[in-house]
Design a protein around this ligand. Structure first.
Ligand SMILES: Nc1ncnc2c1ncn2[C@@H]1O[C@H](COP(=O)(O)OS(=O)(=O)O)[C@@H](OP(=O)(O)O)[C@H]1O
Ligand SMILES: [Mg+2]
Ligand SMILES: [Mg+2]
Ligand SMILES: [Mg+2]
Length: 358
């Protein structure tokens, strides 16, 4: 008897491996005019667009009726002023789709030589990611490059794909081409694939070898914890994190890295707590920034909630709704962090009301 979601897992791995191969090769060739700035002022590159086209094409081949909630859409690519960029996306996506991946990839999920997709087909594939999300049915959520700023810096980013049924994440696959295989050897080999299936555990393998190792979050003493947090101060409240660290008497420096690589690092025992507190701008977290990572951490024995200890709800649409932050950690540490956050809030309020009386 095959395990639940075996096919979804196989297809997701194949799609993420192809997208990783594509984004790694693009990084070395990326030139200045191959990026745009979106309406929210965040960057998007040929890598984000072409990786979304590749993953969406593969998913549609295997599961034509499944919905996809993806970060990118093709509107900017359809603007005539961006025709050079658009042509590049078409070229790169086709290369990735027909390439012969040696490791861990079932060739049938690519499209094979001579079957190149047209520009319109690939733009349509990108826009399959426009689904609104919701509570019921089969659905994928995709971040073709999570941590685009990290990608552009040559630092951490992740290709993130999750499969949900009735808004519950069942499969999560993440490729981190720049993540050291062993955190204790930062200059050693890089490129990791993380895979989790609900009830079947979490595992890591390298991007070039399909032999997986199982992941379990170790039990931490407070003195051994590093917070894992964003690089970008605009994405999470780093000052507040420092306040929480002081309450917990955590003395180790935080580890800052872009993207859901933070969840991956946590799941394999590099860190101890992923803390992401809202910066107060009203930004709503997107489901594709947390779905795959949260399952990986849960399957490695941890807990992922908002900062009040409530579960994340992936059934509210494209976002997680009102933003109360995200906290991921091993179970024991997690409950301590939630209490420390409560105390940090009270302290902050008391200081504010104290200073307003002066
Ligand atoms: N204002 C604000 N607040 C919180 N989060 C935001 C905000 N703006 C963007 N984003 C999302 O953050 C994603 C990457 O953030 P990370 O924290 O993982 O990495 S980073 O160090 O901040 O770059 C990033 O993902 P990508 O766009 O896929 O790179 C965004 O979805
Ligand atoms: Mg993202
Ligand atoms: Mg992205
Ligand atoms: Mg983005």
């Amino acid at each position: 008897m095959s395990l639940a979601y075996a096919l979804e897992k196989e297809v997701a791995i194949s799609a993420v491996l192809r997208a990783c191969q594509l984004t790694s090769s693009i990084f070395n060739k990326l030139v200045k005019n191959e990026r745009l700035t979106k309406d929210d002022k965040s960057p998007v590159t040929v890598g984000d667009f072409s990786a979304q086209a590749v993953v969406s094409t593969i998913l549609s081949n295997a599961f034509p009726d499944d919905k996809i909630v993806g970060e990118e859409d093709s509107a900017d690519l359809r603007v005539e002023a961006n025709s050079v960029l658009r042509d590049r996306v078409v070229e790169l996506a086709n290369q990735a789709l027909i390439s012969d991946l040696a490791h861990g990839d079932n060739v049938q999920w690519g499209i094979g030589p001579g079957k190149q997709r047209t520009m319109e087909e690939l733009l349509y594939a990108i826009d399959k990611g426009n689904h609104d999300g919701g509570k019921s049915g089969r659905m994928w959520t995709l971040d073709p490059i999570d941590g685009t700023k990290g990608f552009l810096r040559g630092e951490q980013y992740a290709v993130c794909l999750a499969f949900l049924v009735d808004s519950k994440v069942q499969v999560g696959v993440m490729g981190c081409p720049n993540l050291p295989v062993d955190a204790s050897m930062p200059d050693g080999p890089k490129g990791c694939l993380f895979v989790a299936v609900r009830g079947q555990g979490a595992e890591q393998r390298t991007l070039s070898n399909s032999k997986p190792t199982r992941l379990t979050i170790p039990a931490y003493k407070d003195s051994e914890i590093n917070f894992l947090e964003s690089v970008e101060s605009g994405h999470s409240a780093l000052d507040f994190n420092a306040r929480v660290a002081r309450i917990l008497k955590i003395t180790r420096e935080p580890i800052r890295m872009d993207s859901q690589a933070k969840y991956c690092a946590l799941a394999r025992g590099d860190g101890g707590v992923y803390i992401r507190m809202p910066v107060g701008t009203g930004y709503r977290e997107k489901i594709w920034d947390h779905a795959s990572g949260s399952l990986l951490v849960e399957e490695a024995g941890g807990l992922v909630t908002d900062s009040r200890g409530n579960p994340l709800d992936f059934g509210l649409g494209r976002t997680l709704g009102e933003n109360f932050g995200v906290i991921a950690a091993g179970k024991e540490v997690h409950s301590k962090v939630i209490l420390a956050i409560r105390k940090a809030r009270e302290d902050e309020e008391a200081e504010k009301s104290g200073s307003s009386k002066i």
